[in-house]
Design a protein around this ligand. Structure first.
Ligand SMILES: Cc1cc2nc3c(=O)[nH]c(=O)nc-3n(C[C@H](O)[C@H](O)[C@H](O)COP(=O)(O)OP(=O)(O)OC[C@H]3O[C@@H](n4cnc5c(N)ncnc54)[C@H](O)[C@@H]3O)c2cc1C
Length: 457
């Protein structure tokens, strides 16, 4: 990085918002995925829209790639600066600009932390449902760019269902405004839609308008123990088929239950082959009715139901689920969290396929996930330095994806493509789609400076 350029950046952003030492840059050479590390040439933290535009213009003039980064929690290598360049971190653009109680929307800067927004809107009796497991650190910008899901996807949908408007800069420094504050808006292309799942490759969002909904009046949770994971999966399919929509319907297999219990000591049933964590929410009368119906379905499928009687028990359940990934991560040096998603009726088949896969390749896989969405997270615990095991792991991953596609599913329900799933893209979407996406990217960013080489483009 040219000294004059660094000086210009330091003058504009302040020295503390420009990182150039190798040690500092190393912290931005990776994200939450297990893949390769690559050092960026510089890391910057703009604090507002004008500084952001200044950085973009400077990088554009000098043809330096920009890799936009929120909290770096993505699980697909999406913020690894594969060809060096400038990592632009949005975490200092973190103001909640408006919460509109009458019209049910919020306007936030892209670096606002998801949970911060979710907690704030509850003070107004409103609700922002998308709740990725990482919500206490992930940013709204990162959620939009990855179309993050979460535990409430079954009833409330995912991030894309809440994005009403975006403001962004393209790599030429043009300000682009898409969508707005009205429920209906059809002027021009659906630019918010374009930014959803764009993985930092089309533009850099600085402001986002999000739909809010009324906060559910009440909720009720239960933990259901199973001596067979297949019974748990059948329960999920039957609940969905019965047309009840729990707000959350999560699955943990025996390996994951034990990993969480060992770390958290909250009294999870360590002998259970699997457990389901279920919450229904809404009007008290409806909640009561649906809860009874769900309980019956669980019991019919040989589940042992334990109702969370108070807030502490309820919080324990959901803490257990949210900590699944970090508890598994403690067990081995390398954790590979996969994201294969299938139509919900295929969950029992997918679960069986994952189990067979683990024994075929003699590897450790703990599985948990958003069973109600068909979105399972087979989590492979390994050590990348063990070359022989890692070769088997790679084959196992290929087969898990093959199976997901065979069952009519997808490579990724919520974690995005980034670097790690790039090689599988064409298999799922076909050549024509790749050409279409390349044309789109090339038209908007002809020099390929925005998060280059992701999604295999
Ligand atoms: C413990 C844990 C649990 C998780 N649980 C879930 C889960 O339940 N559901 C789920 O969907 N994901 C989950 N994730 C994955 C991850 O948290 C999400 O993908 C999240 O949306 C990433 O947000 P971030 O701010 O960390 O973005 P980053 O990782 O920093 O960036 C992600 C992508 O967004 C782009 N980007 C970031 N900000 C902007 C912006 N302002 N403008 C344009 N592009 C931008 C980046 O270039 C990159 O391509 C989990 C991750 C962890 C570590």
């Amino acid at each position: 990085m040219k000294k004059s350029l660094v000086k210009e950046l330091e003058k504009r952003l302040g020295k503390s918002s420009v990182l150039i030492s190798e040690g500092d840059r190393a912290l931005f050479s990776y994200d939450a995925a297990y893949g390769e590390k690559v050092l960026p040439d510089i890391v910057v933290f703009p604090e507002n829209k004008d500084d952001l535009q200044f950085v973009i213009n400077l990088m554009s003039e000098n043809e330096i790639p920009i890799i936009t980064r929120g909290a770096g929690t993505n699980l697909s290598g999406g913020t690894v600066p594969v060809s060096g360049g400038c990592v632009l971190v949005t975490t200092k653009m973190n103001r909640i600009l408006e919460i509109n109680e009458k019209d049910h929307y919020a306007v936030v800067e892209a670096g606002v932390v998801t949970k911060q927004l979710a907690d704030k809107v509850e003070e107004y009796g409103l609700f922002y449902p998308p709740d990725p497991g990482s919500m206490s650190i992930s940013t709204i910008g990162g959620n939009v760019a990855e179309n993050a899901g979460g535990l409430r996807g079954l009833k409330y949908g995912v991030t894309k269902d809440y994005v009403m408007g975006v403001k962004l800069f393209d790599m030429a420094g043009n300000e682009v405004i898409g969508g707005g504050k009205t429920v209906k808006l059809v002027t021009g292309f659906n630019i918010p839609g374009l930014m959803i799942s764009s993985e930092g490759m089309l533009g850099i969002m600085y402001e986002i308008i999000l739909k809010l909904v009324p906060k559910p009046a009440t909720s009720k949770s239960m933990l259901v123990e199973y001596s067979s994971v297949i019974d748990a999966c059948n329960t999920v399919s039957e609940i969905i088929a019965s047309k009840i929509l729990p707000s959350t319907l999560e699955l943990m297999d025996n390996f994951t239950i034990n990993a969480v219990e060992e770390s958290e000591k909250i009294g999870l049933p360590v002998k259970a082959d699997a457990l389901l964590l279920i919450e229904v929410d809404g009007h008290p009368a409806v909640v009561e009715d649906e809860f009874i119906m769900v309980k019956k379905i669980c019991e019919k499928n040989k589940g042992y139901v334990k109702v969370a009687d108070n807030n502490e028990e309820r919080d324990n359940l959901w803490t257990a689920r949210r900590k699944a990934l970090s508890c598994l991560a403690r067990l081995k040096p390398t954790l590979i969290l996969e994201d294969a998603t299938v139509p919900r009726s295929k969950i029992p088949d997918m679960m069986k396929a994952i189990k067979e896969n683990a024994s075929k390749y003699n590897i450790t896989i703990g599985t948990f996930g958003h069973a109600g969405d068909g979105n399972l997270h087979p989590t492979i615990l390994t050590d990348k330095r063990d070359e022989d095991e890692f070769r088997r792991v790679e084959k196992a991953i290929d087969e898990i994806f093959e199976k997901a596609l065979l069952f009519g599913g997808t490579l990724s329900g919520e974690h995005g493509v980034g670097l790690l799933k790039a090689k599988y893209m064409e298999i799922e979407v076909g050549k024509g789609t790749i050409i279409f996406m390349k044309k789109l990217k090339n038209g908007i960013d002809p020099k390929n400076l925005l998060n280059p080489h992701k999604m295999g483009l």
